[in-house]
Write a protein that binds this ligand. Structure first.
Ligand code: MLT
Ligand code: MN
Ligand code: ZN
Length: 301
């Protein structure tokens, strides 16, 4: 299995256009600290890739990864489709940027599909430009992301991790599949990866999948529970915003420390001290064997 990390920032990116916090200012002064919105490209076969989430940075993300460049035909693209973990704007706005495609396959859970069709009206808006083909990402069971050739393809399954609805759909029906983690399994090698850029609750099911995975890439939005309030970006705590913090008694670092997999954090908010490469928090994670994912990282399993 081949994974290309396309971005590692939470909504807003680093730097965020209207933010002068230390993390964003630091990234303006030191361009190597910039992070694009969190996303992953997954290879399912020869010259065939799926994007996990479609961010506002999607055009730049494709250009930064030669494996995703078009060719040899003038409009031939290796990007076969998009798999969504949720309906948040930082993970879905990029769909409109892909409207030059002849057609686009989008894998999403039922509430995410409905939010994009009925609230963002993506189907209506994009119909004159391209053809969206929706594929159901079920709460239980697996689906195949086709690889385009014999012995290729990946199996995906969704693990519910949060009932949080996007703000633009705050009054939509409750559902446990508003936010899911993705398990990616390669039948050819028996390897699996877990991608979970938002986690509000570390369930037993999530733990079982994480414990069996060869690589887990997990929500690193906030370092600690009080970070959003302390930095003044919100009146809510990290957990209140739908993101388990990294540090502390309910933090994910303690859990990740016990897993045999390669473990990485992604979806860093610009208030997270980890956006500064000199922060002491990097050493704390390193002692637990945990990494912070970087844009452009290539993970081969
Ligand atoms: C999140 O990760 O919680 C959302 O993307 C936040 C937002 O942008 O509204
Ligand atoms: Mn987000
Ligand atoms: Zn900032």
């Amino acid at each position: 299995m081949l994974l290309h990390v396309l971005g590692t920032a939470a909504g807003g990116g680093i730097p965020q256009w209207n933010c002068a916090c230390p993390g964003c200012s630091g990234a303006r002064a030191h361009p190597e600290r910039r992070r694009r919105h969190a996303s992953l490209a997954v290879r399912t076969g020869e010259g065939r890739w799926y994007l996990v989430n479609a961010t506002p940075d999607i055009g730049d993300q494709i250009e930064a990864h030669p494996a995703l460049h078009p060719g040899p035909g003038p409009r031939q693209t290796p990007v076969a489709g998009v798999v969504l973990t949720d309906a948040e704007l930082d993970h879905t706005l990029g769909i409109a940027r892909l409207r030059e495609a002849d057609g686009l396959e989008i894998h999403a859970t039922p509430p995410v599909h409905r939010a994009l069709e009925e609230r963002l009206r993506l189907g209506d808006v994009l119909r004159p430009y391209t053809r969206l083909t929706w594929q159901d990402l079920p709460r239980h069971g697996t689906r195949t992301l086709p690889g385009g050739g014999p012995g290729s393809g990946l199996r995906i399954s969704a693990v519910p991790v949060s009932t949080k609805r996007p703000r633009y759909a705050a009054d939509a029906p409750e559902d446990d599949a508003w936010v899911v983690a993705l398990r990616l399994y390669d039948p050819a090698t028996g390897k699996s990866a877990l991608y979970a850029p938002a986690v509000a609750e570390w369930s037993d099911t999530l733990h079982r999948v994480a414990a069996e995975a060869d690589c887990v890439i997990v929500d690193g939005t906030f370092w600690d529970e009080e970070e959003p309030r302390r930095t003044g970006i919100s009146s809510r705590t990290a957990t209140g915003m739908g993101h388990l913090p990294i540090d502390g008694p309910d933090g994910t670092a303690r859990i990740l420390a016990t897993l045999p997999a390669r473990r990485l954090y992604t979806h860093l908010n610009n208030t997270n001290p980890l956006v500064d490469p000199a922060a002491a928090q990097h050493k704390r994670l390193a002692r637990l064997g945990i990494e912070v994912a970087d844009d452009e990282m290539v993970i081969e399993l």
